[in-house]
Every structure is written in structure tokens, then in C-alpha cells.
Design a binder for this molecule. Structure first.
Ligand SMILES: [Zn+2]
Length: 435
């Protein structure tokens, strides 16, 4: 069945979840009404249904990233998680959080969350929960559906089908606007951003017209998405330059992403110290500009981000300084392979254990965005230094990381072929989704 992509959510004129329900494939619409018997079909405003069904084909809709899309949010349950903390991470607002907690009394599995399992939710940018799916065991699904009042919980026995899904999209206003439009779950969008984080600074480098394609694993039950799996291959065309990555596990057990030629896409340095996520990319306010100003006389890059946004080490390092330094406020300075070092200023606080002499791995959180020192608002001041002198990292040739050895490379070239072919197939198509 052809999928219809999520629908633009107009200003509140009718119950806000209706357009989305109307845009679901037919079987899902019936399912939604089937378990919410109070929701009589004649209460559905007719113009909403018509409007939803008349939407143009996926990806070609010109929708700004004003947070108007619903999206798939997925979170892994951590040790010590409560239903409330999990809902916070999923992006569910206070009102629906309380309703879910009430509804969870009908579903004991939701009160005994199992660490390591994932929860999938359909949420709106404003924090409304549309539905929630929790795979309590591989055969047992707990579903919460929005009803007239609150949520209705249901437990069912299921059988999961794994499917490779192919999607592509084009950036109009933001990456998440584009992945939402293509109905790509958040977990896949962030895996994609992570895979290309050595080549693309998604806070600074994104341009309107950038294109991407992804192939990923997803698990379905009767046509409904239950959970997503791994990103299998991806392509990103940034400012006309094409990057490709294919997942592979080599004979030494190392997993990673490689170019179709067998070169690791991992880089010794990340392009940005801020991880790219829906939150850090300005999830809650539409016109949020992540970068205050480009490289200037003050010899650094400023990333505007909410206080508390995690800041990560761009490369393996040893901490050379963590403390207060005049206008920088709280600053961490990291020494990398010679002659490189990086500095992170205006932090609100340091990550636990970050002090002089401590070894840090690439991607480790070293502190949190703040406005300490001479800062007019919360932002990260980031400096890249070569032999102690600030340089614009844009123009530098930085070291790359490993390539596959010849035996693995041959296996990789053979095994990656179908995934590269799928990217070829997606390239140039105007489809946001088909599965
Ligand atoms: Zn600065």
C-alpha cells in the first residue's frame, strides 16, 4: 500500500489530531476508530478529511519548518527511567503526560518499563501525543491511542516483520522539517546526521535544496511501524557535494559506515561540537538561527543553543584546562593529536569528571551550553587551534581515519552493492516515501 505522508497541521480549527488520522492509510484509520468507539465518524469535520486527502504527493509539499508536522519519536528505555521521564524525552507535553500516566493504569507493562527496549511515539511539535507503541516483549505490544478523553491502552500479541525502508527528501527550511515531510523517524534522521558528522556541520552547512536518501530497517506489525532499526545506507547532497555511507561490520568485528569505495566515513574530527538533534536544531521555535555569526575577528564560531544543550569533544583528547577564564567564562580546552587543540567557552557547567589530564573520546559530552563570561545570551563559543593559534577549521585539511583492509574491502564491495543500488534508485526520484 502506498503511504501518504504526514499532513500539515493547520491552526487549531478542529481537534488537532484529526488531519493526521484522516491521512493514514485506510486500514489504520479503521483501526483507530475501532479501538476508540466513542469517536463516531460523523464527528469528523468533513472539510478536514477532504483537505487531508487532497494533499499533493509526498515531499513536494512546500511546508516551512514551523513545527507543524507530527513526527515519529523513539527512545530507548534507560535504567531508572519512569514513564514520566521517558515521555519527557519523547517530547510529550505536560498535559498529555498526565493523561498517559492515568491511562497506564490499564496497562501494567507501562509501569514496568524494561531497560534496553524502545518506545515509539507519534508526537506533534507542540508536545501532543497522538499514539504510543511499546514493545514489551518481541511478541507483546502495548498501544496507547488518543481517544475523546485521554488515552486508551491496549495489549496485543503481535508478529514483527522486518523490512528495509527507502525514503528521500529535500531540505526546505531545516533537516527535521525535511525528514518529517518524508516521514522518516527521528531515530533514523539522527543516525543520518551522526554518520555524516565528520563531513557536514548540520548547524552551519545546511542549505535549501540539499537532498538526502536513506535505507533503513524497520519492524512492522500488520502494516504499522512498531520500531525502527539500523540505518543501512544513506546519501546526503550538501551544497552540491554528494556524500554516501553504507553500514558494514568488518572481520575484526568493527562496525561502521563506509563510502561505496570502502573508506570509513568516520573522521578524526567532528565538524561540529554540538550534536545535531531536533532539540539543538531549534525544535521549539521555528525561526531559531543556530549560528549567531560566522568566523570573525574574535576568532571562533558561535553556536546559539538553549542553556543545557550538551557539548561534545570533536576528537579524542586530553583535557588541558577546565575552569574559568575571563570573557570565556567556564571553558574547556582539549589537546588532540599535535598540533591541534579545541576550546569550548561560556559553558553553564562541566560534565562530571572533566578536569585537567582526563582522557576524552570523540563525541563524549564535556559540558553544557550556557552564557558565562562575556556572553549576551546562551551560546557555545568554539575555537579550533593549530599550535595554539585560532584557525578557521573550514579551510584545513584534517586527518581522516581508517580504511578497510583488502579482504574486508572485497566483501564490503560485494555486500554493499544492493544498498548502493537502492541509493541510486532513490536518487532523482521525487518520492518521499514508499515501502
Ligand atoms: Zn564567540
Amino acid at each position: 500500500m502506498k503511504r501518504i505522508h504526514p499532513v500539515y497541521r493547520p491552526p487549531l480549527r478542529h481537534p488537532r489530531w484529526l488531519p493526521w488520522v484522516a491521512a493514514l492509510p485506510l486500514f489504520a484509520v479503521m483501526a483507530a476508530f475501532g479501538i476508540a468507539p466513542d469517536t463516531a465518524p460523523n464527528q469528523v469535520p468533513t472539510e478536514t478529511v477532504v483537505q487531508a486527502l487532497e494533499l499533493p504527493e509526498p515531499a513536494s509539499t512546500d511546508i516551512a519548518d514551523d513545527g507543524s508536522f507530527d513526527f515519529w519519536s523513539e527512545e530507548r528505555i534507560q535504567r531508572g527511567d519512569t514513564l514520566a521521564s521517558l515521555l519527557d524525552r519523547l517530547g510529550v507535553g505536560a498535559e498529555d503526560k498526565a493523561r498517559v500516566i492515568t491511562a497506564s493504569r490499564q496497562a501494567p507493562a507501562l509501569q514496568r518499563l524494561i531497560p534496553g527496549r524502545t518506545v515509539l511515539a507519534r508526537v506533534t511539535a507542540s508536545g501532543q501525543l497522538l499514539l504510543l507503541r511499546y514493545l514489551a516483549t518481541d511478541e507483546r505490544l502495548v498501544t496507547l491511542n488518543r481517544a475523546q478523553e485521554g488515552f486508551v491502552a491496549e495489549e496485543t500479541a503481535i508478529h514483527l516483520d522486518a523490512r528495509p525502508i527507502m525514503r528521500s527528501g529535500e531540505v526546505r527550511a531545516s533537516l527535521y522539517g525535511a525528514t518529517d515531510a518524508a516521514d522518516i523517524p527521528d531515530s533514523i534522521a539522527s543516525q543520518m546526521a551522526e554518520v555524516f558528522s565528520g563531513d557536514i556541520d548540520f548547524h552551519r552547512d545546511l542549505r535549501r535544496g540539499d537532498r538526502f536518501s536513506v535505507v533503513y530497517e524497520a519492524f512492522y506489525h500488520e502494516g504499522k511501524l512498531i520500531k525502527t532499526g539500523r540505518l543501512l545506507s544513506a546519501e546526503f547532497v550538501n551544497q552540491g557535494k554528494r556524500y554516501r555511507a553504507v553500514y558494514f561490520k568488518d572481520s575484526h568485528g568493527r562496525e561502521g559506515y563506509f563510502t561505496p569505495q570502502g573508506q570509513s566515513v568516520k573522521r578524526a574530527f567532528l565538524k561540529s561540537p554540538l550534536p545535531f538533534s531536533r532539540i539543538s536544531s531549534g525544535f521549539s521555535s521555528a525561526r531559531y538561527h543556530p549560528v549567531l555569526k560566522e568566523w570573525r575577528a574574535h576568532r571562533g564560531i558561535d553556536y546559539a543553543a538553549p542553556t543545557g544543550t550538551p557539548v561534545r569533544a570533536v576528537a579524542d583528547a586530553v583535557v588541558s584546562f577546565a575552569g574559568w577564564q575571563g570573557g570565556y567564562g567556564n571553558i574547556v580546552i582539549l589537546d588532540h593529536q599535535k598540533p591541534y587543540s579545541t576550546a569550548y567557552g561560556h559553558l553553564s557547567r562541566f560534565a562530571p569528571g572533566v578536569k585537567r589530564g582526563k582522557r576524552i573520546n570523540q563525541g563524549d559530552v564535556i559540558g553544557y551550553v550556557g552564557a558565562t563570561g562575556l556572553a549576551t545570551g546562551p551560546h557555545l563559543h568554539y575555537e579550533f587551534r593549530v599550535a595554539g593559534v585560532q584557525k578557521d577549521p573550514l579551510g584545513l585539511k584534517l586527518p581522516t581515519s581508517f580504511a578497510l583492509d583488502s579482504r574486508d574491502r572485497n566483501r564490503f564491495l560485494a555486500e554493499s552493492r544492493p544498498l548502493v543500488d537502492r541509493l541510486e534508485l532513490l536518487q532523482g526520484t521525487n518520492l518521499a516515501s514508499f515501502d
